[in-house]
Each structure stands twice: as structure tokens, then as C-alpha cells.
Design a protein around this ligand. Structure first.
Ligand SMILES: [Zn+2]
Length: 267
């Protein structure tokens, strides 16, 4: 699931501001805030163009890579995010054999998922999104991601930071009848958003990456992320649950809802 900086849709393409001695390339997360240092390229730049595409790409990659760990080599070989249309996203995934959890293969899938999610950046990812039809989800929301959203939106969505969670074979149970309507995005449905009604209180049980049982009780935005990611394991994408008339491009995110659409927020 994407971080959903709802009131600040990304311009497309991301603008590159050229000043006298530097180029500032906003990263997806730095467009709305100055809390991250800008990326400067500062060698002999003239105002016409400047730095080869390759250099820019490398620099930008380095920017993302630096956010999570120093193992740049490993990161360069990360799997691509699978986009809608690929059957792996529309079919149920298989349970992970508990005896396989500590295998190199499953541990690598988990490591890749965490790296891909952070690089995107996103707040959740399911294994089918990197083409692996196994029931594994990862999720994480950070103070930094949240700092890019407007305060009133954070409050309305009941969005709070939580540490990285890795859950294998998750079972989701709804714990109340309370629901809320908000826009949602997905890394596999690039560039679009739609309103989805989700339960506000859930409990998820499953296994952690060591094969130990875990139980997560979540509400608000974390509950939404859990539902979104668990849905992926059943071959359900948010567009299967959206209110169809709210579907829109990220650029049109702030346009009013069509007449007859229910209001956003808790029901
Ligand atoms: Zn998704």
C-alpha cells in the first residue's frame, strides 16, 4: 500500500528545479516537506542540461538506498513490483510451510519485500506484489512518512506510527462493526486512488519470520493497511472493493467526489 500523502499528489513528471549551481530533485517524500535534506548535484553545471540521465538515475537510486541500509549492491537486484493484470495478483497465494520459514529462500523473500516496500516507498507489501505466491505480508508506518500528511488528515484516519511487522500466514478477524471510508492506493496500481470502506478494528494472528506465533490488535489506519495487504493474499486488489465512482488519477485526487458518493470518514 502506498503511503497516501493524500493532499499532496505527486506532480507527474516530478519536476527538476535547476538553480545556478545545483539541481534539486525532490524525492517522492520530500516534495511536501523540508525535513529531508535536498539532493544536490554540484559539479560544473550549466543551465541547459547538465548531468547525464545515467548520473541522475544513479544519484536518485543512491538517495533511496541510503534511507534503509548500506548494502547498495543487494538493493540493486531487488525484484520489480508486479502490476495489476498479472495473474499472481488476482489469485489466492499459498500458505508458507512452517518448516520452511527459516529457509534461505523464505528469509530472502521477506528481506526483499521489506527492501522493496521501503524503496517504493510504501507502508505495506504482500509477497504476490513481488511475484511470489506465498502468504506473507510486511508493513510499517513511520513518524517521517506521517509527517508529510496534513494534521487533520492524520487525525481523521487515526494514523499512528508502528514498527516493521512481518506476518506469515496471517488470519484477519474483524473486531467491531465500525468502518471508515478513505482514499487508498496500491503500489501495484500505480498512479490511481479510490475510496474503500474498511473496518476500523481488526485482529491478525499468524507467524513471525522466526516461525513464532504473533497476534496484532490494530485500529484506524494500521487496520486498513492490514486489510489491504491480507486482501492481496486472496487475490483481491483494492479496486475489487472500491466505490467505483471515486476511482481517479493521483492528479485528480483533490477534486470533489461525484454527487451521490458518501462522505469520507468513519461511518
Ligand atoms: Zn496493494
Amino acid at each position: 500500500m502506498e503511503p497516501l500523502h493524500l493532499h499532496h499528489p505527486l506532480p507527474n513528471p516530478i519536476p527538476t528545479h535547476v538553480s545556478k549551481n545545483s539541481i534539486f530533485i525532490p524525492s517522492p517524500l520530500s516534495i511536501v516537506s523540508n525535513t529531508r535534506p535536498p539532493l544536490y548535484l554540484n559539479n560544473n553545471i550549466n543551465n541547459n542540461n547538465i548531468v547525464s540521465h545515467k548520473t541522475l538515475t544513479l544519484r536518485r537510486a543512491g538517495w533511496f538506498l541510503g534511507l534503509t541500509d548500506n548494502n547498495n549492491k543487494k538493493k540493486m537486484n531487488l525484484p520489480e513490483i508486479v502490476k495489476v493484470g498479472d495473474p499472481v495478483l488476482h489469485e489466492a497465494a499459498e500458505e508458507v510451510d512452517p518448516n520452511e520459514i527459516k529457509s534461505e529462500r523464505v528469509q530472502k523473500v521477506i528481506d526483499d519485500m521489506v527492501s522493496v516496500m521501503r524503496k517504493a516507498p510504501g507502508v505495506g507489501l504482500a509477497a504476490p506484489q513481488i511475484g511470489v505466491p506465498l502468504r506473507i505480508i510486511v508493513l510499517e508506518d513511520t513518524k517521517e512518512y506521517i509527517s508529510y500528511a496534513p494534521k487533520e488528515e492524520i487525525k481523521a484516519q487515526d494514523r499512528r506510527p508502528f514498527d516493521l511487522l512481518v506476518i506469515l500466514n496471517p488470519k484477519l478477524e474483524k473486531k467491531s462493526k465500525r468502518t471508515a471510508l478513505f482514499f487508498e492506493g496500491c503500489l501495484s496500481v500505480d498512479g490511481f486512488r479510490a475510496v474503500v470502506e474498511r473496518n476500523l478494528d481488526v485482529e491478525v494472528t499468524g507467524l513471525d519470520r522466526n516461525g513464532e506465533p504473533i497476534k496484532i490488535t490494530a485500529s484506524g489506519w494500521q487496520a486498513r493497511i492490514l486489510q489491504h495487504e491480507c486482501d492481496h493474499l486472496d487475490g483481491t486488489v483494492y479496486v475489487d472493493r472500491m466505490l467505483p465512482r471515486t476511482f481517479r488519477t493521483v492528479e485528480n485526487l483533490l477534486l470533489p467526489l461525484a454527487q451521490g458518493c458518501p462522505k469520507l470518514g468513519p461511518r
